[in-house]
Design a protein around this ligand. Structure first.
Ligand code: FHN
Length: 431
């Protein structure tokens, strides 16, 4: 019986995936270096952009509004974003202090924002625009020294072989045809294009596994393909669980690691991999004409600082219509200004020895501890740190010395006044 099984496996070509599934993933040297780079980078820009942006109702409009998928495809005929300028987008990210961009190469609607031979349903073949958006972004990122990550949806509301359907996208009038195996091959072929045609890719940001958690996704095989093509490419998967074998970083949607305010992270046990938190600037990912509820610059900076204090990067989203929304542009500029002074207290740091507190967070690098006071309504602050020798304690921005006392409980900071700045940073240098 066993012999028959092995022969069948060999004949069916299943042996390669069988073997891969058995191998434990060992990240390459390059991959480990990129993980280190990622941990140091701290701040990136998420961009959700596709033909859905034209309907100005978020990236889920096809399924949320039960649109007919065949009719939805016609949106591509009108996609001509005359203002698109990859260089400007990348510069806006760079000026905000961001070190990487993660762009939606294909979202759940199944429309590819790059030149792919695997389907004509793509930005070059199906639109009058005819420009390969990813090629332009990749060139601009190279020019400005940012890394390009690619969001890649596991869900597909367009293809008839994404079948059995998942939890979402059911009422769009599709008729199933083809096999699940066809769909897996399609994704492999697209990933191969993405990882061979655009130079070095910082990472692949998978999303949508949760639509069909019981499906045979063959993730280890897919991950092995990515790592074979670009060993340094970091893989993350927004499955909202603890990382699976073969992944290189872990993301938390609209929450800091350990929180579950948004409701996605109940099972997302924090791993030792590099961490990333993704968040919207308003309330939606893809462009939504009604959503002008932008968070304040102060709130966004607090999220960024909070992420660093929890050992995570912040991937902050922009949802362009044809161009970046005004609100995003203003906030990005203001964050960039702030980063010019305070970036040093975040880049290259790790979470500080004092864990997240109601008043703020700490970050640390070499012999320095940065105390980020975000909400404090008094002038005294006790840091529960004992047994360390202080060389100096000063306000970060102008190096004015800060008074302090050493007590049995720790270091008691005595500030001149109640902190009023967005983030009152105190720099402690240890001997
Ligand atoms: O369904 C997607 C959503 O559209 C968006 O892309 C976010 C980004 O984290 N992820 C999914 C929801 O978990």
């Amino acid at each position: 019986m066993r012999k028959i099984f092995i022969i069948t496996l060999l004949l069916s070509g299943g042996i390669s995936s069988f073997c891969l599934a058995q191998e434990k993933y060992t990240p390459s040297k390059e991959n480990l270096e990129n993980r280190q780079w990622f941990r140091d980078a701290k701040f990136g820009m998420f961009i959700h952009w596709g033909i859905y942006s034209m309907l100005a109702d978020g990236e889920w409009v096809l399924t949320n509004k039960n649109l007919n998928e065949e009719e939805y495809q016609k949106l591509a005929d009108g996609f001509y974003p005359s203002k698109f300028n990859a260089d400007e987008w990348v510069r806006a990210a760079k000026d905000a202090g961001m070190k990487y961009i993660c762009f939606t190469s294909r979202h759940h609607d199944g429309f590819s924002m790059f030149d792919t031979k695997q389907s004509d349903y793509n930005v070059v073949k199906a639109t009058p625009f005819k420009r390969d958006v990813i090629k332009e972004l990749a060139e601009a990122c190279r020019k400005h020294g940012l890394k390009l990550f690619l969001y890649y949806s596991h869900i597909d509301w367009h293809r008839p072989d994404y079948y059995p359907w998942g939890r979402t996208g059911r009422n769009t009038g599709r008729t199933p045809s083809g096999t699940w195996e066809d769909y897996l091959k399609f994704m492999d072929a697209q990933l191969t294009e993405l990882l061979t045609n655009y130079g070095s890719i910082g990472g692949i940001w998978f999303d949508g596994w949760w639509d069909k958690p019981d499906a045979d996704w063959q993730l280890e095989r897919q991950y092995a393909l990515v790592h074979r093509l670009q060993p340094g490419c970091l893989i993350g998967n927004n499955h909202h669980k603890a990382p699976f074998e073969g992944e290189d970083f872990q993301m938390f949607e609209r929450d800091l690691p350990g929180q579950n305010k948004a409701g996605y992270s109940a099972d997302a046990e924090i791993s030792t991999l590099p961490l990333e938190s993704c968040e919207t600037m308003n309330n939606t990912w893809g462009y939504n004409i009604n959503d002008r509820n932008f968070k304040s610059t102060k709130q966004l900076i607090h999220t960024l600082v909070g992420a660093s204090g929890n050992n995570a990067n912040l991937l902050l989203n922009v949802g362009p219509g044809g161009d970046f929304p005004e609100g995003s542009v203003t906030h990005l500029k203001e964050i960039g200004e702030w980063m010019k002074t305070y970036g040093e207290t975040l880049y290259g740091t790790r979470a500080g020895i004092v864990p997240h507190q109601p008043w703020g967070v700490t970050t640390q690098k070499d012999n320095k501890l940065y105390v980020h006071i975000l909400n404090l309504d008094k002038t005294e602050l006790l840091l529960p740190i004992t047994g360390k020798k202080v060389k100096s304690i000063a306000r970060f921005k102008d190096k004015t010395p800060v008074k302090y006392k050493k007590t049995k409980e720790g270091i008691l900071l005595q500030l001149e006044e109640i902190p009023a700045d967005i983030d009152h940073v105190i720099e402690i240098v240890w001997r």
